[in-house]
Every structure is written in C-alpha cells, then in structure tokens.
Ligand binder design. Structure first.
Ligand SMILES: C[S@@+](CC[C@H](N)C(=O)[O-])C[C@H]1O[C@@H](n2cnc3c(N)ncnc32)[C@H](O)[C@@H]1O
Length: 263
C-alpha cells in the first residue's frame, strides 16, 4: 500500500538521524528501564513496528539476540539493510503485517502509531501488536497526546528549524492545522535546501487522549501498566502540560509513553 504521507526524511533516511540526533540514546535507555520494570527476564526478542531507518533496532540489538524491524516505507527498510544495521527488516503495514511468530517485546515509537488516523486503522494496528505478542510480552508505544494539543498549549501553528551539518544544510518551516472534531493534526513542512528546489512534506497525525489509549489497548487484549508524558518515568497528572520545547517536527514534549502487557 502506498503511504498517505510524504517526507524528505523517509525518501532520504540518512537525513533522519541528522535531523533527530539521539546522542544520548534516550529511547533505548527508556526501553531498557521498561524491561527491568515490567519483564521478569531480559527480553530475547523484540519487533519494532514503524521502525524507520532501523536505528532503535540497531541500538537494542547488542543486548537482545533477535531484533526485527518493520516499516511501510521501502526506502527506510532498504537503508536499514544497506547500512548493515543489525536485525531482520521487513517492509510491512502495521495494519496487516503478519510475521508468523511472537516476540517478548513489541515497540512502536516515534509517533508511528499516530499515522493511524481512523479508529478502524488503530484497532487493526493494535491487533497486529497483539498477534505478535504472547502472554507476558511487553508493548511500548509513544503517541501524540490529544490533551496537550487540543486542551493544553502544545499546539504551534508554525515551527521553524535549521539543520546545519557538513553533509546537509537546510531551513524548515512547518505549518500545522488542527481538526478538533476528528482529533487530527496536519503538518505541511517545507525544506529550503541551498541550490535545490524546495521539498514539501505532508502528513496527518491522529491525536489520542490517555483514557482513549487505555480503551483501545484493553479492547485489543492488552493490560495497561503505565503511561507517562516523559521518557524518564516521572509521574504526572497527564493533564497535557508541555514537557519540553518542540523539535523541528513540533512533537517533542507533547507525547504519551505507554507500557502495556499481554496478560
Ligand atoms: C517518525 S518515524 C519514526 C521511525 C522510528 N520508529 C524512530 O522512532 O526512529 C514514523 C515511521 O512510521 C512509519 N509508518 C507509518 N505508517 C506505517 C504503517 N502503516 N505501517 C508501518 N510503518 C508505518 C513511517 O514509514 C516512519 O518510518
């Protein structure tokens, strides 16, 4: 199936790490902390669904013997494979992919679930997660917190950014709009790259409330363990406070980090 979104960073997966550098490996650390908190034993297998260019798989694979990654966009998977990133990579749609096995951990991070705009698509994605879990498997998600965008002060109509690296320099202007009734945010981002025509990205994201998230997980057979608005497992009232300034995607500090188990 053709993606319903367009992004320079998926056409050029090498740029993704430049635009969203993770020198401190905070997501891998968050996952490691979750394994200690919620699993009896260190995981032996993990599948990262919506794995992008494979960087989470790569950072977790030294400690997890079997790491798999799935992404809808072929260029992401081709890049992950061509970089020799450790792991088994597949092109697949989180609504339909079936890998024929289960894993100790299923992850879906970097707002990948937010591409599921309709309730039916969200349900299908959760069914995919459940199909690849077994009793005791841990599910780790991040998604865009509707409370922050719709009820709090997380929404920014315009976000400007600049990427300056030896291999790539560009300015970005992201313009956002909200469809409150459908709980969706649309982003059109224009990249101004010296000596090249502008490149325009377009994507729409579903915003989810904490209680709605609990509902779809429970309907899919998962038991919610915990939900945070930060990667450090700090308790909060999830009232929609912004927890950090936005990155050039406009989403940092506006997310829910969700941990659930297949009972
Ligand atoms: C913002 S990127 C995050 C990538 C990666 N998880 C990370 O955090 O570095 C979101 C990813 O979701 C993928 N995606 C979107 N819709 C998908 C679908 N239906 N099935 C699988 N992957 C999907 C996109 O191709 C993209 O790689």
């Amino acid at each position: 199936m053709e993606p319903a979104f367009r992004s320079l960073l998926y056409d050029r997966p090498d740029l993704y790490d430049l635009v969203f550098p993770e020198p401190d490996q905070t997501r891998a650390e968050m996952c490691g902390e979750a394994f200690k908190r919620y699993l009896r034993l260190p995981p032996a297998s993990l599948v990262d669904i919506g794995c992008g260019n494979g960087r989470l798989v790569e950072s977790l694979s030294p400690s997890i013997p079997e790491c798999w990654g799935v992404d809808l966009v072929e260029s992401n998977i081709a890049y992950a494979r061509s970089r020799g990133r450790a792991g088994v990579f597949h092109v697949g749609d989180m609504r339909t992919v079936r890998l024929g096995r289960t894993f100790d951990v299923v992850t879906c991070l970097g707002n990948a679930l937010s591409y599921m705009l309709a309730d039916a698509d969200l349900e299908k994605a959760i069914t995919t997660f459940a199909t690849h879990a077994r009793p005791g498997s841990l599910l780790i998600l991040d998604l865009l917190n509707a409370r922050c965008y719709l009820d709090g002060d997380g929404f920014r109509e315009r976000i400007e950014g600049r990427i300056e690296a030896p291999e790539f320099t560009a300015d970005s202007v992201a313009v956002h709009s909200l469809d409150r009734a459908a709980r969706r945010m649309r982003r059109t981002r224009t990249w101004r790259i010296a000596g090249q025509p502008d490149v325009v990205d377009d994507a729409e994201y579903r915003l989810l409330y904490p209680e709605e998230t609990r509902g779809i997980l429970e309907a899919g057979g998962f038991e919610l363990l915990a939900m945070y608005d930060n990667r450090e497992f700090r308790d909060s009232d999830l009232a929609g406070s912004v927890t950090s300034e936005p990155d050039c995607a406009g989403m940092r500090g506006r997310k829910l980090y969700v941990f659930a188990m297949m009972p």
